[in-house]
Design a protein around this ligand. Structure first.
Ligand SMILES: *Cc1c(COP(=O)(O)O)cnc(C)c1O
Length: 352
């Protein structure tokens, strides 16, 4: 029996996508060649890339004037590429510090220019989303993290921004409606809610580029990849293909509007059990709770062994919390069926 995969990333993917992907490894398009041995310049792969791009555009309703890229290096490389491409020489940028990933983004930006931290939740181990901060208007851009994968907090609203708006959406892209018009640069490592590890989705407004005097190394320059439709060098064909299958699955399901409702329902029933059950407690500030990563503790740590055993027996995988928070983290990305969430809830109800 397939396990209930609550892993925080790499994430669960729809079974249909995995089946089609495994078939494509053996025999792609009934052409008796594998997807991973054909030229990335061949028409069958160009079609995959075009399809992936057009699904991203359609699902997120991306307006004209934006480019959609599939890059490598993970979201972690975007921590560097964003400041390299957007910061002036001796430039400044404003960042929120809402978790370990935000902190890494800040570290990289600090290598390029000056970072002003405008909202910081490190005082409470990142269990809330800072609000009410001012973004100075003399910075080159503002950077935030929409969903903090490790701490289970999520921005429900985005601040109005007097400068370019950059967002790391790695762990909640395609999970809810966003207005792309409000953002200038969005990036997301595929392996949280889009596909397997190995590609990074970048969505950026073309007009923001070319404004820095800095000399940008070729591979780190967004313009390089825009000019070559993400095929400046050999693209990661398999992760892009599987992402495309997953996005096709999402479209067939009804798109973002449908999945957002499903995601809200999954999160609602799990949080309801955490709040109802005296044995458990949620770690994130209620109003900032993530609908993707649900972090909770067993109040009586001596019951952990039993709980872990029951989860194991039920085929539940990947709910151990990140070491910096402890306890448990149930990641309920798009492909996680509500029935799997109910299996977890039943165990929570059962333990005494
Ligand atoms: C996982 C994660 C990252 C890092 O992604 P990589 O693709 O592994 O570099 C960055 N930001 C957030 C919010 C994440 O969840």
């Amino acid at each position: 029996m397939k396990k209930h995969n609550f892993s925080a990333g790499p994430c669960i993917l729809p079974q249909e996508a995995l089946q089609q992907a495994s078939q494509a490894i053996l025999n792609f398009n009934n052409d008796n060649l594998s997807l991973i041995e054909i030229s990335h310049r061949s028409q069958p792969f160009i079609d995959v890339m075009d399809k992936a791009r057009s699904l991203v555009k359609e699902l997120l309703e991306i307006p004209e004037g934006y480019s959609i890229l599939f890059l490598q290096g993970g979201a972690s490389l975007e921590f560097l590429m964003a400041p390299l491409n957007l910061m002036q020489n001796e430039g400044k940028a404003a960042y929120t510090n809402t978790g370990a990933w935000a902190k890494k983004a800040i570290t990289e930006a600090n290598n390029i220019g000056e970072v002003i931290v405008v909202g910081d939740s490190s005082d409470k181990n990142y269990n809330y989303i800072p609000k009410g901060y001012q973004i100075p208007n003399d910075v080159d851009y503002f950077h935030c993290t929409s969903n903090n994968t490790i701490y289970g907090t999520q921005m429900k609203e985005f601040p109005s921004c007097p400068t370019l708006m950059v967002c790391d959406m790695s762990s909640d892209i395609f999970s809810r409606k966003i207005n792309v018009n409000n953002f200038d640069l969005i990036y997301a490592g595929a392996q949280k809610n889009m596909g397997p590890a190995g590609t990074t989705l970048v969505i950026l407004k073309d007009e923001i580029l070319g404004k820095t005097e800095r000399k940008i190394p070729t591979m780190l320059d967004y313009k390089t990849h825009i000019k070559k439709d993400s095929m400046f060098n050999t693209p990661p064909v398999f992760p892009i293909y599987v992402s495309m299958l997953n996005l096709q699955w999402l479209k067939d399901l009804g798109g973002i509007e449908t999945i957002e409702k499903i995601n809200q329902e999954k999160a609602k029933i799990l949080y309801a059990e955490i709040d109802r059950n005296p044995l458990f407690t949620g770690t994130a500030n209620k109003e900032d709770r993530s609908n993707m990563n649900i972090c909770f503790l067993l109040k009586d740590a001596s019951k952990e062994e039993l709980f872990n055993q029951l989860c194991d027996d039920a085929g539940i995988n990947g709910i151990k919390g990140h070491r910096s928070v402890g306890g448990y983290r149930a990641s309920i990305y798009n492909a996680m069926p509500i029935d799997s969430v109910k299996v977890l809830i039943d165990i929570m109800k059962k333990i005494k």
